[in-house]
Write a protein that binds this ligand. Structure first.
Ligand SMILES: Cc1cc2nc3c(=O)[nH]c(=O)nc-3n(C[C@H](O)[C@H](O)[C@H](O)COP(=O)(O)OP(=O)(O)OC[C@H]3O[C@@H](n4cnc5c(N)ncnc54)[C@H](O)[C@@H]3O)c2cc1C
Length: 411
């Protein structure tokens, strides 16, 4: 078959390479001047390629339409992806949480390996060649229109244009436009795995402070717990970020009208009683000091004025004058510092897009459109999204592979 792949990201390159391997004639169109621009910034430039867990665990880590992924994940599971990149000259290693990275710690190596995979299988790569439209006729794909207005005929088209997150990498949502034109519905698009915004003065005050081994509980105005986690987070000038916060954001989608508050427990290993004993010991040590000079052993420097101000105690008050009730107020803040959450930092800073081309309208075992014969979707453009840990790239790889396999069935 004569196949066009739109977008040389993770999904597109896997689809093109595998389609070439299966003997199809493949052209891939990428609007950037390099392939895999987003891959290069994944995993903080190290690329968390996949997660070395089984397909079931991948499904469990996919809150957005997990069951759609069954067939694709079993067709091309994580260990096949690891085998593929290794066969292309990129040895891998497994880190905490079964996260898989290239040994080189260079995300660009993964991108270049996929480019090599395409070349090896005879794929024709067209860089700086955006696709502006798809052409359909009698519910069948006919071809594409490139940015320079050229109409090109193809037997099949695989849309792998990504989502809306980090649009500077080229993912500007063009695939949704193509899908809608073909009669597909696109579910609500929301930024996910994204830093959270706050209107609390404490965030800019604490900007740059990262908390390790802390816990968070996120509640709505009715006091209902929406999410709980333990790990690492960071204060930014506009709110909060870091691994724990990005994961939390997936659980807050569409809920920001519920007046959300995040409570940070800076001493999760101590219960209230143990924390009180600990503070009493510190207070004995600093009995004649001002309060502002007595909390260095228990709190990060930047946090001390914030806790004192929130507890409403004069920072120059001597430790021997601090009342039990004042101590309690501080302890409650140490174990539950409230941060009012107003929304997300948006698509510009989101790791993935939640929402996309409706999964009911795509055959999960071939990725072919149920509306237009010969039209396929792969990667983030589809309404599937997962947590951090390498699960999102695996979605792109598995759906890309499945789309290439699906070409045969579409004949
Ligand atoms: C900062 C960051 C870090 C991340 N880290 C990880 C990680 O470590 N592990 C993980 O699993 N996931 C990670 N992700 C998520 C992961 O990168 C995406 O889920 C994945 O790249 C999606 O692949 P894709 O091929 O569907 O889309 P993309 O990678 O976005 O590729 C789409 C491609 O299509 C091209 N394109 C778009 N429209 C057109 C058009 N009209 N014509 C031609 N070309 C077009 C774009 O230029 C782009 O190259 C991260 C994301 C971000 C933003």
């Amino acid at each position: 078959m004569k196949v066009a792949v739109i977008g040389a990201g993770a999904a597109g390159m896997l689809a093109a390479g595998h389609a070439g391997e299966l003997g199809h004639s493949v052209d891939i169109f990428e609007k950037n001047n390099i392939v895999g621009k987003k891959i290069r910034i994944t995993g903080k430039g190290r690329c968390n390629i996949t997660n070395a867990s089984d397909c079931e665990e991948h499904i469990e880590n996919t809150p957005g339409n997990p069951y759609f992924m069954y067939s694709a994940l079993y067709k091309f599971p994580p260990d096949r992806m690891i085998e593929l990149v290794e066969s292309l000259g990129v040895p891998t290693k497994v880190e905490r949480g079964k996260r898989v990275f290239p040994v080189s710690d260079k995300a660009a190596d993964v991108s270049e390996a996929l480019k090599k995979y395409m070349k090896k299988n005879g794929v024709k790569l067209h860089l700086e060649k955006g696709v502006n439209d798809i052409i359909t006729e009698n519910n069948k794909i006919k071809g594409i229109v490139t940015d320079d207005g050229k109409e090109l005929d193809f037997d099949a088209v695989i849309v792998a244009t990504g989502g809306l997150s980090y649009p500077t990498t080229g993912s500007t949502g063009d695939g949704y436009k193509f899908a809608k034109k073909a009669g597909h519905s696109v579910s609500k698009l929301m930024p996910s795995l994204v830093p959270l915004k706050s209107d609390d003065w404490i965030c800019p005050e604490l900007m740059g402070l990262s908390l390790k081994n802390s816990a968070i509980v996120i509640k709505n105005e009715k006091g209902k717990t929406i999410y709980k986690d333990f790990g690492e987070m960071l204060f930014t000038h506009f709110g909060v970020s870091g691994p724990m916060v990005l994961s939390a954001s997936r659980h807050l989608l569409g809920r920001f009208n519920e007046n959300i508050t995040m409570y940070i427990d800076m001493k999760p290993a101590l219960d209230m009683k143990a924390l009180d004993n600990r503070l009493l010991r510190d207070f004995e040590k600093y009995i004649n000091k001002d309060l502002r000079n007595a909390l260095n052993d228990i709190l990060p420097q930047k946090m001390i004025p914030v806790i004192i101000r929130l507890s409403g105690i004069d920072e120059t008050k001597k430790i021997h004058d601090i009342t039990k009730e004042e101590r309690k107020r501080m302890e409650e803040l140490i174990k539950g510092l409230p941060v009012h959450i107003t929304g997300t930092a948006g698509f510009d800073m989101a790791v993935v897009t939640s929402g996309g081309v409706n999964t009911d309208e795509i055959d999960p075992s071939t990725m072919e459109s149920r509306k237009i014969k010969g039209l396929f979707f792969a990667g983030e453009v589809i309404d599937v999204d997962a947590y951090t840990g390498g699960f999102n790239l695996q979605i792109a790889f598995s759906t890309g592979y499945t789309a290439a396999e699906g070409l045969e069935e579409s004949k």
